[in-house]
Design a protein around this ligand. Structure first.
Ligand code: CFN
Ligand code: HCA
Length: 537
């Protein structure tokens, strides 16, 4: 059947029409069409999903136990709760970790108190104490972390005092996280609970003399599909030393002395920006927003890092490594670009990848037509304005290394060490640009997308690829459109850095160009639907 052509606003009206008036008004505020001529592009985000709509979001426990704590290798992580929640903690998120020589690695285990009805009625504290004792006797860990699932908060088991007692009894670090799943509106609440506890009770509890020239912390990188391995490889090749990783391929032990680093790199802004800011306030360590997803973003990040340390030798080595790595991938990547040019993508991922992957797609000729976060906050969409709070005294202006661009509020610093110390007290080194800023006119930003909206938008815009999690992957496949999971990478990866970008392009080719899609009859072939064109307005 022939489809009728429609502009993007008309398509969105059609998507919203199925809702009752109140829900329609609510959902409308979570959707935005990029228009660079508009002075204000505001979107509603980080609010409670309308009851009745099945959200793709996760819970606070997922954000705390699964996302932030999950990758820490040397920690016995005891889930205090029913076994179902514990099963979820058993490698579901595909983070990876390699133990250092002599180091411990518990991430393939799942530790649970296996709460039963009787524990809910009579309390589960005794069981938790026994679980800690057993874990100490069998595994001898230096750190134990206890995470609470929903029933723990409901019955009031005091995991904090149990952790404190255990710490005294066994002489190791024992931490408790009150991350009951129902807290907050998404997994984002769990990131905060995990990170605040880590900041208060783990960072800085150990001093260590480091013989590193460029000690850095990697923040908001979780080693999905081995991304952190690839990032670490590139950083080491240039001459950086990762003091601690929060938390991909990381250890609690390293986090204990992570205050010894000189610079914090922030990959996933959503899950960790506030910790980078706390480091800055508490220890005077500045942070730099980086993105190692995509060749162009990786190059820019590496150059910004070298600029920060203001060492010509480091800058030279950075350029050498960039050239070496590029030489290995540029020709095949360009060939993929020729193959893909004109194709479009629909991205819906948690809180930062829907943004970060847009440049990955762009480099291989694929334009993003819709992008959304499950649980991003407004600053993840709109960016956050940090106006340089610097008084440009005559003295400052005379410092040749200092560069501040005030108009578009983006500023980079190339400063002397002495000046650095003075300035870092006053402002962070970078600001966060937000996803919408980088999107093309006519493309759609959508928050907390649901399956109805996914299906309607897919029918209308017919993207060549839909990037998803496991919950929405097959909705797309049933419509005959290849879906790539950007959470788990569908068991592939790494996708970060230079080689990762090529791996990604290869996987996309294997998916999009696969002839099997032609055997599926999509719904729009059987009924009339609205059809739109990207950038149509
Ligand atoms: S690894 Fe990260 S990059 S931490 Fe966050 S916001 Fe999740 S687990 Mo899934 S893939 Fe996703 Fe981001 Fe940061 Fe992962 S886009 S939803 S909570 N996320
Ligand atoms: C989470 C973890 C998750 C889920 C991915 C998915 C991940 O939110 O609890 O829904 O496919 O990356 O593993 O985001």
């Amino acid at each position: 059947m022939k489809d009728s052509k429609a502009g993007i606003e008309e398509i969105l009206d059609d998507v919203l029409q199925s809702y009752p008036a109140k829900s329609m008004k609510n959902r409308k505020e979570h959707i935005l069409v990029k228009d660079r001529n508009k002075s204000e592009l505001k979107i509603k985000a980080n609010t409670r999903t309308i009851p009745g709509i099945i959200t793709n979001r996760g819970c606070a426990y997922a954000g705390c136990r699964g996302v932030v704590l999950g990758p820490l290798k040397d920690v016995v992580q005891i889930v205090h709760g029913p076994i179902g929640c514990s099963y979820y903690a058993w490698g579901m998120r595909r983070h990876q970790g390699l133990a250092a020589e002599g180091g411990k690695n518990f991430i393939n285990y799942t530790f649970s108190t296996d709460m039963q009805d009787s524990d809910v009625v009579f309390g589960g504290e005794r069981k938790l104490k026994e679980a800690i004792k057993e874990a100490v006797e069998i595994f001898n860990p230096s750190t134990i972390m206890i995470t609470a699932t929903c029933p723990v908060g409901l019955i009031g088991d005091d995991i904090n005092s149990i952790a404190k007692q255990a710490e005294e009894e066994y002489g190791i670090t024992v931490m408790a996280f009150n991350c009951e799943g129902y807290k907050g509106v998404s997994q984002s609440a769990g990131h905060h609970i995990a990170n605040n506890e880590i900041m208060d009770n783990l960072v800085g509890i150990k001093d260590k003399e480091l013989d590193y020239k460029y000690p850095i912390n990697l923040m908001g990188e979780y080693n999905i599909g081995g991304d952190a391995f690839e990032i670490e490889r590139i950083l080491h090749k240039i001459g950086y030393d990762v003091v601690a990783s929060f938390s991909g391929n990381g250890t609690a032990d390293q986090i204990k002395y992570s205050h010894e680093a000189d610079l914090n790199l922030v990959q996933c802004h959503r899950s960790i920006n506030y910790i980078a800011e706390m480091f800055e306030e508490k220890y005077g360590i500045p942070w730099l927003k980086v993105n190692f997803l995509g060749v162009d973003a990786t190059i820019e990040s590496l150059r910004n890092m070298a600029e920060y340390f203001a060492d010509p030798e480091l800058q030279e080595r950075t350029e050498k490594v960039i050239a070496e790595e590029l030489a290995q991938i540029e020709a095949p990547l360009n060939r993929y670009k020729e193959l893909f040019t004109g194709k479009t993508a629909f991205l819906f991922v948690g809180g930062s990848r829907a943004h970060h992957y847009q440049n990955v797609f762009k480099r291989i000729g694929i334009e993003t037509v819709v992008a959304g976060y499950e649980f991003g906050h407004r600053d993840d969409y709109e960016g956050r304005e940090v106006i340089p709070d610097i008084e440009m005294t005559a003295d400052d202006r005379n410092i040749p290394e200092l560069e501040v661009t005030k108009d578009d509020k983006k500023y980079r610093l190339r400063i002397s060490q002495a000046k650095k110390e003075e300035l870092q007290q006053k402002m962070p080194l970078d600001y966060y640009g937000g996803m919408i800023k980088e999107m093309e006119d006519g493309s759609v930003a959508i928050d907390d997308l649901n399956h109805h909206e996914q299906i309607k938008l897919t029918e209308a815009l017919k993207p060549d690829i839909y990037c998803s999690g496991i919950k929405d992957k097959y909705t797309s496949h049933k419509m005959g459109i290849f879906s790539k999971q950007l959470h788990s990478y569908d068991y592939s990866g790494p996708y970060a850095g230079f080689k990762g970008h090529l791996q990604f392009a290869e996987d996309i080719a294997a998916g999009i160009l696969n002839p099997s899609w032609s055997y599926i009859t999509p719904p729009w072939k059987e009924k009339t639907t609205l059809e739109g064109s990207f950038g149509g307005g």
